[in-house]
Design a protein around this ligand. Structure first.
Ligand code: ME8
Length: 522
């Protein structure tokens, strides 16, 4: 089994402050990073910022700053948010890093030397906000087919990456590797596009007189590199200088290719088509998977500054806590489908799944353990029927295919399967009655609930790390990470038993209910 795991987020533009969409992708990547660390893998988790190009140059101009000054300021917003969202250890790449620039130029030179890049005169329609050329027939009502904004006709000399010659090879690659692009609907979309269109070559330069904020082409200083060519290379260039132990040059090969590029569906073509063909031309392995998740709207509307409906993740964390926010995003909608964000939906999830199902289970259990046994839990045998149900959910929650296909909400549903089995067990067995006349059964029931909470804490950890630690402490363990390090393989098994006496302890409720006017009415 491969012992290393490399996951990336898109590198975000520094033209604006981060919002819930950026938070979403980064939290998902964090969950994968944490889970794979839990499984004992060496993990490299990469995020960062996309700092070149017209958009950033324009945003800087508006603020009266140089693009680099502007980027330096904006980067702080992303870094601050990752701390607030409890994003675990990661590499942070900036496309203005000297090492990244060197790698981009090295790869461009290689492609140029191999005849994979050509200089041509070109006339086309240019969408400035999207920084993309379109042909006449691409336009819809004379406007950009992607964003609907006006385009301008431009004629100039430029450099082209000969992407078109890789069309057939890319189709075959995607057909031969069913999980290369996921989810399946996105894979079909890419295949449909590739089969029904003739792929053009990709303009990878911009004349300096039009745009100066970019990486100069190594073979023609009067041009800078197209921002997407520069940006996509980040995933590879980081393996040269940001990976753990990067001084060792061989580690670049160790870390490449990435296991997952997580992206939003808005940037699927650039990844599935441009990046894949760039790698083919460079004779580099393709990533194992590109996963395009869905789009968040807010109360049914696209987020936009003019509608003043942009959700600031800082506000959500301040109001509802980081774990509830992380849980909601991954539980509410299957990763890959679009979702609608509303505070009411978040409150509903907190009150039902978190406060009612999980929080109450833990606090009732602890209260009973203290009342009946002064907090001591005696190691007992598994109750067979209970075990069968829980083990089924545990297997789904840890299934490799579910993790490699990023089925976060299915995984969470199954973790909650264990939680509800435990709640049902309490309802069925009525420990308060057993306390009067069947101490042996009571001990067994209490141990089994304890065990289900132990497993739940482990499984919940990648999604809600603070909650997992709190549960773990209340259940009588010292440190989740120490415990896992010592027992990695066995500790996830239902039948694992601690080698020391267990004493649970009372603490604050994990998730207090959120009382709203509507909730009160109900
Ligand atoms: O595209 N719902 O950067 P970007 C879900 N720099 N996810 C969303 C979202 C929404 N409403 N809005 C944004 C770029 N995202 C390039 C990427 S990569 C080599 C270069 C997330 O700042 C989602 O991950 O516009 C999307 O792909 C990304 O933010 C776009 O961020």
């Amino acid at each position: 089994m491969n012992r290393r795991f490399y996951v990336t987020t898109p590198i975000y533009y520094v033209n604006d402050v981060p919002h819930i969409g950026h938070a979403y992708t980064t939290i998902a990547a964090d969950i994968l990073a944490r889970y794979n660390r839990l499984m004992g893998k060496q993990v490299f988790f990469l995020t960062g910022t996309d700092e070149h190009g017209q958009k950033v140059e324009k945003a800087a101009q508006e603020k009266g700053k140089t693009p680099k000054e502007h980027a330096d300021l904006m980067v702080g917003n992303f870094k601050k948010l990752w701390v607030k969202l409890n994003i675990s250890e990661h590499g942070f790449i900036r496309t203005t890093d000297t090492e990244h620039i060197k790698t981009v130029q090295g790869l461009l030179q290689m492609l140029w030397d191999r005849g994979e890049i050509e200089k041509r005169s070109y006339a086309g329609w240019y969408c400035t906000p999207d920084e993309r050329f379109w042909t006449e027939k691409d336009l819809i009502d004379g406007k950009c087919p992607d964003c609907g904004r006006p385009v301008e006709e431009i004629q100039e000399e430029n450099y082209f990456f000969l992407m078109s010659k890789y069309q057939d090879r890319l189709i075959k690659y995607i057909e031969d590797n069913p999980s290369y692009v996921l989810p399946e609907t996105r894979r079909n979309e890419v295949l449909g596009f590739l089969k029904n269109n003739t792929l053009g070559d990709l303009c990878i330069s911009r004349p300096k007189q039009r745009l100066s904020w970019g990486i100069p082409l190594p073979f023609d200083e009067s041009f800078v590199t197209y921002v997407w060519f520069d940006a996509l290379v980040n995933y590879f260039s980081a393996t040269r200088y940001l990976v753990p132990g990067a001084e060792d040059a061989r580690l670049g090969e160790f870390w490449w290719p990435a296991n997952h590029h997580l992206i939003g569906k808005d940037i699927l073509t650039t990844h599935a088509v441009y990046w894949s063909t760039m790698l083919m031309a460079l004779n580099l392995p393709l990533p194992i998977n590109i996963f395009a998740h869905g789009w968040w709207t807010v109360n049914g509307k696209k987020m936009s500054k003019s509608l003043r409906n942009v959700i600031d993740p800082h506000d959500m964390v301040d109001k509802y806590g980081v774990d509830a926010f992380r849980y909601f995003l991954l539980r509410e909608v299957p990763f890959g489908l679009d979702g609608d964000f509303s505070e009411q939906a978040l409150i509903n999830r907190i009150n039902t799944d978190l406060a009612n199902d999980l929080g109450n289970l833990l606090s009732r259990f602890i209260a009973m353990a203290i009342k009946y046994f002064e907090g001591k839990i005696e190691i007992s045998e598994s109750l067979e029927e209970f075990k069968v149900h829980c083990v089924k959910s545990l297997a789904v929650a840890m299934d490799e295919q579910n993790w490699s296909h990023l089925r976060f909400n299915l995984i969470l549903e199954n973790i909650w399967g264990i939680v509800s089995e435990a709640n049902n067990l309490i309802a069925r067995e009525e420990p308060w009655k057993l306390a009067k006349d069947n101490q042996e059964r009571l001990k067994a029931v209490m141990f089994n609930i304890w065990n289900s909470l132990r497993v739940t804490a482990l499984l919940v950890y990648p999604f809600m790390p603070d909650t997992a630690e709190k549960m773990w402490n209340q259940l009588g363990f010292k440190s989740l990470s120490d415990e896992i390090r010592g027992n990695r393989t066995e500790i996830f098994s239902w039948d694992w038993k601690p080698s020391y006496d267990i004493k649970v302890s009372k603490a604050e409720h994990l998730f207090p209910r959120i009382e709203t006017k509507e909730a009160k009415k109900k």
